[in-house]
Design a protein around this ligand. Structure first.
Ligand SMILES: [Fe+2]
Ligand SMILES: [Fe+2]
Length: 240
């Protein structure tokens, strides 16, 4: 049994140092790995990322993160990633990593992902160049996630995104903004890759759980949805 702690949308900033200290220390008894599914900062400021690094850099378990749209807000995503990596946090950007946990390989593929909408109500690759760019970003990031998942040679496979792959975990948000909260393209690549669990954030007012059309469990780990510092998922290794 592998214990995966996860949370998204912690939105840390200046003055919040110490907010997670006790909960991070407690991970040594509670989890084998911690996954952070984006929106780690409020405005994407490097100074905010330094708070994130301070909170999670000395975690007693490996920490794997992706960025969210808030972390991209100041065009400082490279600097933010550098701050996190320097603190020992692994940052995924359309790639994957495999951790060894008590002899079991746990693969995580991650991307911020993007919007675009869900079946029947998706962005069209047509018209203004801005609309085509919107559609193209969603396609590109989903494809990168798919490639990263394909390359994971691990017993457990986890898809980590900021944007949602399914609609069910958005329930509670206004339907009008669903196309800005996720994309079915993420679920398509997840379903193509024998993923055990998909985790996302971004939808603060969404719902805790759903399932891809192919049956992969999806969980919205946004901090306001969890209502606690992180949730620990227990994943069983598939018998071979
Ligand atoms: Fe957020
Ligand atoms: Fe977000």
């Amino acid at each position: 049994m592998i214990r995966v702690a996860a949370v998204a949308d912690i939105h840390l900033g200046e003055g919040m140092t110490g907010a997670y200290r006790d909960d991070v220390a407690a991970l040594s008894d509670r989890a084998d790995v911690l996954l952070l599914a984006g929106d780690l900062t409020r405005h994407g400021a490097v100074t905010e990322a330094e708070v994130v690094a301070c909170e999670f850099g000395d975690a007693p378990v490996p920490v794997v993160a992706i960025l969210g749209n808030h972390d991209l807000n100041s065009d400082a995503d490279k600097e933010i990633a550098d701050v996190l990596v320097d603190a020992g946090i692994q940052v995924l950007e359309g790639n994957g990593t495999v951790l060894e946990v008590r002899g079991i390989s746990v693969g995580v593929a991650g991307t911020v992902g993007f919007g675009g909408g869900f079946a029947g109500r998706t962005v069209a690759d047509f018209g203004e160049r801005e609309m085509k760019a919107f559609a193209a970003r969603g396609r590109r990031l989903a494809a990168e996630l798919g490639e990263a998942l394909q390359q994971l040679k691990s017993e457990i496979r986890i898809a980590l995104t900021h944007y949602a792959p399914v609609e069910q975990t958005l329930e509670g948000e206004p339907r009008e903004i669903y196309p800005f909260l996720g994309s079915h393209l993420l679920a398509d690549v997840i379903d193509a890759c024998e993923v055990d669990i998909a985790l996302h954030g971004h939808a603060h007012a969404g719902s805790p759980s759903g399932r891809t059309p192919g049956g992969v469990p999806v969980y919205n780990v946004a901090r306001p949805v969890l209502r606690r510092p992180y949730h620990v998922f227990e994943l069983a290794e598939e018998p071979t």
